[in-house]
Design a protein around this ligand. Structure first.
Ligand code: ISJ
Length: 428
């Protein structure tokens, strides 16, 4: 299933930079490689290695391939910060059967910052000539006409919103019959990105508005996710679980506060949230020690929605790499349901599309296996350019958890709120 060419032996050299440059401005406007949140993150320029994986073993295959590359690499790193030295950025498909590729990409140059510190890493095959360790000039600005999204046409030609509502109703009926307790049902929007568009425009908007989210661009998957699947640094592990959502009402403070309070006091939302936390605790427990969670779910305020959130912390109990932890956690109840296997099988039946990388994982890994991975939410996938026009298809996905008593129209409204980061970032 997984096709990986013999990996070259890599050399990575990291040196400090005096000034922290604006990361997004350095990205390739056509194929940006970005991972950023607030005053932290990195931009990749160029590509030295791309590994592809697919099928049910994509996480273990990727973890093994990366371990081999890291073991033989020569790393000269005078910075020693999370994200310095040899790095790959990656994105993994949601479903075992997905036709979407899961990839690990090693950039040729990586410019990164962590609060006040900044550095540059150059990566090449050991026998290749080194590139200068200098920050490249930002590429010239390009046009931005934006993307107008509409409901994605179904392969069967039917109405996609009607199909989503039917899926939610059917999911509710199956929950009533006791087939499963929770399932996440998603829907898709699509649009066309004009050729020669500057993808730094939507990325800058996402990074500026969604300060509590990781803004990412890896292999055409672009978004800003609030949900940390796993972060592992020098033996410490953390995660953020979200489940339970209300749309924001930024124009009306009283209504907005009511939405937040309703979320905090709703038995249904707390119940749904508990499923999601439990699924992460169960999957993580064999790999960690001293697992602790925030006492009570807290309200996470994003520009588009309120979420119920729980933070988890632990010590890494064995030598698992961050990709192995992602493989152990995926898919959580936040994106699949409970029990997992039944929910995943029902998603394949009730959603009339392949989710691709949406609700899979996106993030990075270093030579020690440490890294940061989020659930690929609030995102869109760009396709290949049309041979004639250069326009690229863009598909955005969003969904929500269905439990006993979920109302289909309310769930539809929730997806509208969850699409906002993407529809607004890609607007004209
Ligand atoms: C599935 C999505 O989001 C997930 C589902 C949530 C919910 O059902 O309340 C909340 C946050 C995410 O864990 C999405 O954004 O598409």
């Amino acid at each position: 299933m997984t096709s990986t060419p013999p990996a070259p032996r890599l050399r990575a050299t990291t040196r400090p930079l005096e000034h922290a440059p604006d990361l997004i401005s350095l990205a390739d406007p056509n194929a940006p490689m970005i991972w950023t949140r607030g005053d932290r993150g990195c931009v990749g320029v160029g590509e030295v290695l791309r590994l592809s994986f697919s099928g049910p073993h994509r996480f273990t295959d990727a973890a093994a391939a990366w371990r081999r590359i890291a073991e033989t690499a020569i790393v000269d790193d005078s910075v020693r910060m999370p994200g310095s030295g040899l790095i790959a950025l990656g994105t993994f498909a949601f479903a075992d059967e997905s036709s979407a590729e899961s990839v690990l990409i090693v950039p040729r140059l990586l410019v990164a910052r962590h609060r006040g510190q900044a550095w540059i890493t150059e990566i090449a095959a050991v026998d290749a000539d080194p590139a200068p360790l200098a920050v490249p000039d930002p590429p010239a600005s390009r046009a931005w006409e934006g993307v107008r999204f509409g409901d994605r046409a179904l392969a069967t030609g039917g109405d996609s919103v009607a199909s989503y509502l039917a899926g939610v109703r059917e999911a509710g009926a199956r929950i009533e019959r006791g087939e499963f307790e929770k399932i996440v049902i998603a829907r898709q929007l699509e649009g066309a990105l004009p050729g020669a568009s500057d993808l730094r425009v939507p990325l800058t908007r996402l990074a500026e508005h969604y300060l509590d989210c990781w803004t990412f661009a890896v292999d055409g998957l672009i978004g800003a996710s609030p949900e940390t699947l796993i972060r592992s640094t020098s033996g410490a592990v953390s995660a953020r679980v979200l489940a339970g959502t209300r749309g924001r009402h930024s124009e009306d403070a009283a209504r907005d506060a009511r939405a937040r309070d309703e979320l905090l006091t709703s038995a249904k939302e707390q119940h749904e949230h508990a499923f999601a936390v439990q699924s992460v605790v169960t999957a993580l427990s064999p790999h960690v020690r001293d697992l602790r969670t925030s006492e009570e779910p807290f309200p996470l305020q994003l520009p588009n929605v309120w979420h119920l959130a729980t933070d988890l912390g632990a010590a890494l109990g064995e030598q698992s790499s961050s990709i192995e932890l992602v493989g152990a956690l995926h898919p959580t109840a936040a994106v699949a349901g409970t029990p997992t296997a039944t929910a995943v099988a029902a998603i394949a039946e009730l959603e009339p599309f392949d989710r691709g990388r949406y609700s899979g994982a996106v993030g990075w890994i270093d030579a020690d296996g440490d890294g940061e991975w989020v659930i690929a939410l609030r995102c869109a996938q760009l396709g290949a350019p049309d041979a004639q026009t250069g326009a690229r298809p863009v598909v955005a996905s969003a969904g929500g958890g269905i439990v006993a008593g979920s109302d289909p129209d309310h769930e539809l409204g929730e997806t509208v709120s969850k699409f906002r980061p993407i529809t607004e970032a890609f607007a004209r």
